[in-house]
Design a protein around this ligand. Sequence first.
Ligand code: NAP
Length: 281
Amino acid sequence: MELRPLGRTGVDVPAIGQGTWELDAHDRRTAVAALRRGVDLGLGHIDTAEMYGDGTVEEIIGEAIRGRRDQVYLVSKVLPRNATTAGVATACARSLRRLRTGHLDCYLLHWPGSHPLEGTIAGFERLRAEGKIRAWGLSNFDVDELEAAAAIAGAESIACNQVLYHLAERTIEHEVLPWCEARGVAVVGYSPFGSGRFPAPSSRGGRVLAEIAATHGASPRQVALRFLLRRPSLFAIPKAGRIPHVEDNAAAGALALSATELARIDAAFPRGRQRRGVPML
Ligand code: NAP
């Protein structure tokens, strides 16, 4: 699997990772096996959150990564309602216990909330000094919110911004992606398959994906992932609770699309007009 520097963290991280939202809907043994298969195939960038299954998903991950923590870049998120300086510390302690690990590689604020960002960032920085997290980042932040965070901590402290990004939702390309790229902040795209609403094979866009996929002996989702990763600042974290899906996603790591193919996809899934804010799932 292709590794990329994640922002300014100094760590090379798999471009394609594993999302885990609603992983608890799968039978636990299947979910653990899917995660482990993913790690075996190089999808060691695992994204989770205290919110997912109210902590159950972190427990599933804890089981899956036992004995292989060093092969995983582990990311979790604090809920905005917990994001005071003290709340960040207790939420992180809960996540570490469920994940059965001593540290997170990156800890994110799940979305902007009402607690002052100064306090959240102070909490993150304290956790970093204590070695409980290696880096911190943000999620669902638009440019104004990123500017506010950068004014507090410096943009160089922000490892990544995790945002909604799939073929039918390219709003971040207008402002958020350029802002992040100019400052060395990684952009981790979530819901790369539209959270289950992937373009139908009979749709115009679906046909374009299928045609390109056929010429590479690949799947339409692999083609979509490659498009979403076409810039070096980008990462994708598809969620797959089934091993065949994990294997399909991992195989996208070996796929290379030509400039012409990328242009065809760009035309089939126009990025649309600029909107205020960032769309959230
Ligand atoms: P997604 O990754 O866009 O789509 C997941 C769906 O696609 C599941 O139904 C999955 O099926 C299916 N799938 C995956 N690989 C497939 C393949 N190769 N072939 C066919 N189907 C496939 O949806 P998501 O879970 O919304 O987003 C991914 C991750 O982003 C989340 O899990 C979470 O970690 C993160 N996220 C973050 C935020 C945030 O606010 N920061 C918000 C939403 C999501 P199976 O599971 O049945 O295999």
